[in-house]
Design a protein around this ligand. Structure first.
Ligand code: AMP
Ligand code: GLY
Length: 415
């Protein structure tokens, strides 16, 4: 089978590597690290091309990032008769608009934080003042995981409301905001594969969104992840599927939305049970990097059957653990510097049980790999248990360097 993966980050590199166990994989636009050994690749070829997905013939198209989904790439490919894993623009609104997502959750009776949407500052601030901490202020539109403020400081929350609505902090994505009840608990990511009617859960994962050790500093796209998660027992995952994911797929169907792709449930495990923080309409990044490598059944077959609307059986995972640590460029998340030469990749990949996936990676005129984004590499470790996997990831990370590189030191320690 020939599979096209659309995207250029570490998530797409992980998908390509695991799909290549039993498929020929083409990645567009990809990144230069994907044409090199990663430590995770299967036996099939991985080709990187600049050709657009609509120009490439394949048996299956897997769309990584949210932007092309919101933009209707899956619809265009389906209209051309292609088999696509990824929702159409109608389903992608679940991530493209938090107000739409909240309305759907209400209709589906799915447990989530109370909320209200605003496009003017005075009513928003009046509402905020009636609430108790933590205060949660979100942009309605897409903001690459960075449009959320969670704070106990009312003045900071009010200032954030004004800045977002004035278009100062997130441009037009912030001109409509959502204010939410602050939920308290630990977080969990469940990636569910859906075929329009049915949904199956992949192995649970946890990611680390703040830039600094001990969950300090601003939110990022994710600084690391691990899988499995001890509290996420099979019974808890079943409860999440029954009370959250399956009712969501049904509510989408009622609206005439045939959702074939990943529903990524970002959950808070509260004292009242699991509640949804948000949905994404794509694989999580960096959760994918620790979830799909653990599969013992075929990822290719799973995604192809979901794309065909014919999901059968449950995916299976190994008994081991996986950890990924993001190596970020100087200035990330505020203002990442790019163009620094990356050293030490080959030594990192040579570490037993380690792999290095390229995320924000480019090449310079001499063909050397250079930093080209905020999150540059996902350094992964695999092993029989979490401590071994973490040790391998950090050992491999020790070989990688460029000026200003930074990472968290506590990924998978607080488990
Ligand atoms: P989001 O982009 O909506 O996933 O939010 C990013 C992060 O902000 C989440 O991973 C949570 O840590 C936090 N967060 C978002 N919404 C809430 C909420 N209602 N209560 C508490 N924390 C939240
Ligand atoms: N790990 C966060 C995200 O993919 O949005």
């Amino acid at each position: 089978m020939r599979v096209v993966v659309v995207g250029s980050g570490g998530r797409e590199h992980a998908l390509a590597a695991v799909l290549s166990r039993d498929a020929e994989v083409v990645v567009t636009p990809g990144n230069p690290a994907m044409s090199r050994a990663s430590g995770l690749d299967g036996s099939g070829a991985i080709t990187v091309t600049d050709a657009g997905p609509e120009q490439i013939d394949a048996d299956l198209y897997v769309i990584g990032p949210e932007a092309p989904l919101v933009d209707g790439l899956a619809d265009r490919l389906r209209a051309a008769g292609r088999s696509v894993f990824g929702p159409g623009a109608d389903g992608a609104r679940l991530e493209g608009s938090k107000a739409f997502m909240k309305q759907l959750l209400l209709e589906a009776g799915v447990p989530t934080a109370q909320h209200r949407a605003f496009d003017a500052p005075d009513p928003a601030i009046a509402y905020l003042r009636e609430r108790t901490p933590p205060y949660v202020v979100k942009t309605d539109g897409l903001a690459a995981g960075k449009g959320v403020l969670v704070t106990d400081d009312l003045a900071a929350a009010e200032a954030d409301v004004r800045a977002k609505l004035a278009g100062e902090s997130f441009g037009d994505a912030g001109r409509r905001i959502v204010i939410e009840e602050g939920m308290v608990g630990t977080e969990l990511s469940i990636l569910a594969v859906c075929d329009g009617t049915r949904a199956v859960a992949l192995a649970p994962a946890r990611d680390f969104k703040r830039v600094g050790d001990g969950d300090t500093g601003p939110n990022t796209g994710g600084m690391g992840a691990y899988s499995p998660v001890a509290e996420a027992t099979p019974a808890l995952v079943d409860e999440i599927m029954a009370t959250i994911v399956v009712p969501t797929v049904s509510a989408l169907r009622v609206r005439g939305i045939d959702y074939r792709g990943v529903l990524y449930a970002g959950l808070m495990l509260t004292a009242q049970g699991p509640k949804i923080i948000e949905y994404n309409v794509r694989f999580g990044d960096p959760e994918t990097q620790v979830v799909v490598p653990r599969m013992t059944s075929s990822l290719t077959e799973l995604l192809a059957s979901a794309a065909a609307g014919e999901l059968t059986g449950e995916p299976t995972f190994d008994d081991g653990a996986a950890v990924t640590v993001v190596a970020a460029s100087e200035g990330y998340p505020a203002a990442p510097r790019t163009g620094d030469v990356i050293d030490g990749l080959d030594d990192a990949i040579a570490v037993t049980g380690a792999a290095v996936l390229g995320a924000g990676v480019g090449a310079d005129g001499d063909g050397r790999l250079v930093t080209a984004g905020g999150r540059v590499l996902d350094v992964c470790g695999f092993g029989p248990d979490l401590a071994t996997a973490r040790g391998r990831a950090y050992e491999a990370l020790g070989y990688v360097s460029w000026p200003g590189m930074h990472h968290r030191n506590d990924i998978a320690t607080a488990s």
